[in-house]
Design a binder for this molecule. Structure first.
Ligand SMILES: Cc1ncc(COP(=O)(O)O)c(C=O)c1O
Length: 360
């Protein structure tokens, strides 16, 4: 490791305090809007401060290189690439499996067609075609029936993109048997499978599935470090060595070639070491909220509680008045996400406030 002096003076005011002291200044507010709102713990900040760094565009950042190797191995792939956001990760993957004038099939509620501002079309000229899913869960036969073989007349499907867990679906987990069936059939047809695994960690922990079991089904994956894992920034693209070499050029083209980002990769490595298993706590708190709010337990697979049939804007505003923050995701739907910064007491208080507002 290179010689350096750590200036830890910025940590001084929290010296000797337990790792959750970063929560202190938000006491009173229970923020369930998203699992992206977490702030790095002191342990994570210390790992960031001590990270060995270099210029990653020159492939010389040892911490980034270590993170990439670690994530590739976890998913059983040859290589990986650190990118700033899940959106960039997804879009790089889509471009790896389809080009201008080519087609990607996905579901109508997928993040890539809901929250990425038409990037596949705007940046790469990729056509997306969608099928409607139930709570984000695809019906394998229905999805496969929409995969088209191209010829001189017909637009063929180059790739299928699946989200696991599914954000708008309410944190739902794609069953491994169905994912496997889809992957096998797509391979037989020469169609690629991309998995948007922003919350694949939640799926793995909740279903007891190995990350490598998901990895082996996908040709490309994008996984996020900045959602449930609690890193401040960062996603990782996973694929073959050949595709990751191409991904590196795409990342540069998109302005995502970063320099001494070992400080950020260190947060990701810390999250992998300390924050995967604890996702089970978030899932338990989501169940606690579901029970309090009469949401059927089997609708809550991971850390997202989706409540349908409500006046979303009214409920969000009324809850905020009582320091409980939730998200409106449709006019009649809200969502609550549990995460690293929500403890048992916060979940209990939010449950009480929302139950009263919902008359449940
Ligand atoms: C399923 C899914 N994919 C991708 C992303 C994009 O991640 P980012 O916000 O880092 O671009 C998100 C963000 O919430 C997501 O939920």
């Amino acid at each position: 490791m290179a010689e350096f002096v750590v200036d830890s003076s910025h940590l001084a005011d929290s010296a000797g305090v337990v790792d959750s002291s970063h929560l202190a200044d938000s006491a009173g507010v229970v923020d369930l809007r998203s699992d992206t709102i977490t702030r790095p713990t002191l342990g994570m900040r210390a790992a960031m401060a001590q990270a060995d760094v270099g210029d990653d565009v020159y492939l010389e950042d040892p911490t980034v290189n270590a993170l990439e190797a670690e994530v590739a191995a976890l998913f059983g792939h040859e290589a990986a690439l650190f990118v700033p956001t899940g959106t960039m990760g997804n879009q790089i993957c889509l471009r790896l499996v389809a080009g201008p004038g080519e087609e990607i099939l996905t579901d109508a509620d997928a993040h890539i067609v809901t929250y990425e501002h038409g990037a596949a079309a705007a940046l790469f000229g990729i056509q997306t075609r969608t099928v409607v899913s139930k709570r984000g869960l695809f019906d394998t036969d229905e999805l496969l029936s929409q995969v088209r073989e191209g010829d001189w007349h017909t637009m063929g499907t180059n790739a299928v993109a699946v989200e696991n867990t599914h954000n708008r679906g309410g944190g739902t987990i794609q069953p491994l048997t169905e994912l496997t069936r889809l992957s096998v059939e797509l391979r037989r047809r020469g169609v690629a499978l991309h998995i948007d695994g922003a919350r694949i960690w939640n799926a793995a922990v909740a279903s007891g599935t190995a990350l490598s079991a998901y990895g082996e089904l996908a040709d490309t994956m994008s996984v996020c470090l900045s959602k449930g894992l609690g890193a401040p920034v960062g996603s990782v693209v996973i694929s073959s060595a050949e595709r990751i070499a191409a991904a590196r050029i795409l990342r540069k083209r998109l302005g995502g070639g970063m320099r001494q980002v070992g400080v950020l990769a260190a947060a990701g490595r810390y999250a992998l070491a300390h924050h995967i298993d604890r996702l089970a706590e978030d899932h338990a708190r989501a169940q606690q909220l579901a029970e309090r709010l009469d949401v059927p337990a089997d609708q809550v697979h991971t850390n997202i509680v989706r409540i349908d049939g409500v006046d979303a804007a009214g409920l969000v505003a009324a809850a905020a008045e009582q320091d409980v923050l939730i998200s409106k995701v449709a006019t009649d739907r809200v969502r609550l996400l549990t995460h690293l910064d929500i403890d048992g007491e916060g979940a209990r208080r939010a449950g009480d406030v929302l139950a009263k507002l919902l008359d449940r």
